[in-house]
Structures are given as structure tokens and as C-alpha cells.
Ligand binder design. Sequence first.
Ligand code: ADP
Ligand code: MG
Length: 317
Amino acid sequence: MHAIDTEDLTKDYALGFWRKRPYRALDRLTLAVEPGEVFGLLGPNGSGKTTTLKLLLQLVFPTGGRAEILGRPAGDVSVRRRIGYLPENPYFYDHLTAVELLDYFGRLLGIGAADRAARIPRLLDQVGLGAERRLALRRCSKGMLQRVGLAQALLNEPEVVFLDEPMSGLDPIGRRMVRELILGLRDRGATVFFSSHILSDAEAVCSRVAILAGGRLVASGLLTDLLAFGIKGWEVVVEGADTAAIERVRAMAARVTPIAERRYAVELPSTARPDVVMAEMTAVGASVVSINPLRDTLEDYFMRQVAEHVRERQVRA
Ligand SMILES: Nc1ncnc2c1ncn2[C@@H]1O[C@H](COP(=O)(O)OP(=O)(O)O)[C@@H](O)[C@H]1O
Ligand SMILES: [Mg+2]
């Protein structure tokens, strides 16, 4: 059984007031997430990430296709108790404090008083809310509200956790906190499905990702597979090279960056032979300090996939 399973999941919104016309926000999305996976749904703004999450939580209804969570149809009451959700812009009753809010949600979820008293302070510690927990939420910053939202999403110790842009609005320390939280959830066996338009966050925690552009799935797979094919070139750092030698190397290089006196970083395209540069350098008495393959980052991959999709659309239009 998959933790999350969608087939041809499609959503049209009606645009326009007088003359309604459908706008396809999500187009036949098919994907499966295994139990215990940290799965990243990636894509630029407007690509359909939030729509996907809302469909999975049945906050909106599909135009076509189907979605299952833990082997049951999305929205099934027995499933709701076993999932947690952080919305993109969590809205809170802003006269309450974090503790009051979580206690309120805890009661709604049917969590007993003793469990609430044990869990709530622990969760607030986990998300890094200290003294602010007794502050009215209207006085909290976006980052603090995001942390309250995360605590709320985890209140019922969910088996599947849906997080919509969990790192947004957080400073670098907050981002690290979210990363550690996600890895902690994974370690206790939960499935985490999160959306992000920030790839470095995904790179740090995801095993698999799906990339959306314009409502369509444009790529998916293990991060290691998506990135494995990409040796973009080589970076060779040389020391003691004179100007003439560097000029000869420059002809083969994509870029030569001076680092210090007679020390250069030479960027070679993947088609170049680093050993030729090494020979050239040793011949003039210079030394090669280091040589590193330059790999594709998820960012490069993402930009390429999205650009490809945009080109295809233009051709079709
Ligand atoms: N309620 C709605 N009514 C009409 N269009 C919507 C609605 N919600 C989202 N959209 C449109 O659907 C597309 C996908 O939106 P969304 O799923 O929020 O993308 P993302 O979360 O990736 O930024 C966007 O073009 C957005 O403008
Ligand atoms: Mg969104």
C-alpha cells in the first residue's frame, strides 16, 4: 500500500464572472509516495503545488482522476485522524496564544487532557517557540506563526504529514529547524509530503521529488538519479602559473577566475580533458592544487525542466 497515490488527478477552476471558463490548475497528475518517504513537490509559483495538496486533503474537489491516502479515498474520515497539514498561509484565531490555540485544536482532534498537557509543550520546544508561546498570536511574526502552524500539523502524531511551503517566511535558523523536524518525522516512520519552490531545502531532506510546471508533472524520481547524469564540467585550481600558460588554458576553459597571486580557478566544460590542463600546467612548473567535478544542482535541473516546459507550451500555442 502506498502512503499517497494519485491517478490522473485534475483540477479546473472556473475563471471569469459573467462568462465562466475553466482554467486547468492541475493536469492529470499521477504519482505514488511510499510509506516513510520524504517526498518533495517542487515547482515555481503557480505551478499547482497548493492545488495538489488541497485535493489530497479534499479542501477542493477534483475535476477528474482520483487520490488515495493510506489506501483510502482522500477525505475519508478514518484517514483524516491519521494525517497532519500545514497550510500555505496558516490563519489563526489571533487573540489566542500558541498554547491556547494548540489546546483548542487538540480538543477538536479528540486528544485527552493528559496527552495534550504532555504533547503541547514538547511540540513547542521542537519548533523552537520559547517565551513567545504565551504571546497573543496577533503579536507574532510570520516566522513564529509558521512554527505554530507546524506544531498544529503534528499535534495528532500523524502518519502522513502534508506541509505546504514549510520553510517560507523563516530565517536560516528556522529553515534548519524545519529540516531537522522533517528528518525527525521520517526517523519515527512518518511519511512527509511537502511543497517548495526553494530547491536547496528539498535537496537537504528529500529522497524523491516531483517537479510541476504549469500544472503538469515534468519530472520525478530519486534525487540521486535526477542529479547523477549531470557532470557539467571540471574545476581545476592551479597555482604558480604565468600569464602565458593561463592564456593557453583559457582557450579550453569556460571560465578562468583569478583567486590570488598566480592562483586561478579554471572551469572546464564536461567535454574538455582535465588531464590536458594538468599537463600544460606541469610543463610550465605550475601545480594543480585541486580538481573537482562540477555537478548539476537540483536548481540547475529544475530551471532546465521548467524552461523546457515553457518552450513546449510556446510551440503548441
Ligand atoms: N481558487 C482558485 N481560483 C482560480 N484559480 C486558482 C485558484 N487557486 C489557484 N488558482 C490558479 O491555479 C494555478 C496553480 O495555483 P497553486 O496551486 O496555488 O500553485 P502553487 O502552489 O504551485 O504556487 C495558478 O495559476 C493559480 O492562479
Ligand atoms: Mg502554493
